[in-house]
Design a protein around this ligand. Structure first.
Ligand SMILES: [Zn+2]
Ligand SMILES: [Zn+2]
Length: 256
């Protein structure tokens, strides 16, 4: 299988997964780049997976469906470009001979879902939309900090080798915040150097892995004493409860 992040707009990726003949795409915010890729690689579009309703994730769905006849799968509780098959957490979807598990991950939007595949070419795979980013997480447009923390904890419990396919290249700006919060984290310093090199060559920093994110992502580390300390320095009323620490970090990041 081939996994490819197709850049779109200023910082989106439309993930393409294909076997050399048939393809699926995740969150196509626009159609033309996908169609060019399909033509270049002589691929038939089989399936479109959607994680949540934002336009930069759904804007290309109608055009792609009309041009290719691909089936569309998306979350049960969000406004979606009809017609489509709607799925919720606990269900599975079979695509190109692979079985994806649907995970409910509310927080960024109320009905946000993710797609998890236990094994593809030796490691698990996760399409998590705007829930988990490398070194960051999505803004809380519709959900509460408690919902987002539960969603991220669910993702953090996946195997360390899970490849994390996020929808935005926000890594460098996320790392600026992560380093301000946790200046003593050596893994962060090392990762930043690698990401700088990638971006200088216009290469993606993604996919990341769950194991790496647990070492460097402040939003997966709210239970760590160093993060509680940083959150208290920002807001002395915060305390050390992981939910309060997470909420403080998320608010802080919004104004950073
Ligand atoms: Zn979004
Ligand atoms: Zn987005």
């Amino acid at each position: 299988m081939h996994l490819h992040p197709l850049p779109a707009f200023t910082d989106n990726y439309i993930w393409v997964l294909h076997d050399g003949a048939r393809a699926m795409v995740v969150d196509p915010g626009e159609a033309s780049g996908v169609q060019a890729y399909l033509a270049e690689h002589r691929l038939t579009l089989d399936t479109i997976l959607i994680t949540h309703h934002h336009g930069d994730h759904t804007g290309g769905v109608a055009a792609l469906r009309a041009a290719t006849g691909a089936r569309v799968i998306g979350p049960v509780d969000e406004p979606m470009p009809e017609p489509l098959q709607r799925v919720a957490g606990g269900q599975t979807v079979d695509v190109l001979g692979m079985r994806f598990e649907v995970l409910d991950v509310p927080g960024h939007t109320a009905g946000h879902i993710a797609y998890y595949l236990e094994e593809m070419d030796g490691a698990p795979l996760l399409f998590c939309g705007d829930t988990l980013f490398s070194a960051g997480c999505g803004r809380l447009f519709e959900g509460t900090p408690a919902q987002m923390l539960a969603s991220l904890s669910h993702l953090a419990a996946l195997p360390a080798a899970t490849r994390v396919c996020c929808t935005h290249e926000y890594t460098l700006s996320n790392l600026r915040f992560a380093r301000a919060v946790e200046p003593g984290n050596a893994a962060l310093t090392q990762y930043r150097q690698w990401c700088d090199t990638q971006r200088e060559q216009n290469l993606p920093t993604l996919p990341s892995t769950i194991g790496l994110e647990k070492a460097i992502n402040p939003f997966l580390r709210a239970h760590q004493p160093s993060l509680a300390e940083a959150a208290r320095a920002h807001n002395p009323a915060c305390g050390s409860d992981p939910l309060a620490v997470f909420a403080t970090l998320r608010e802080w990041k919004n104004v950073f």
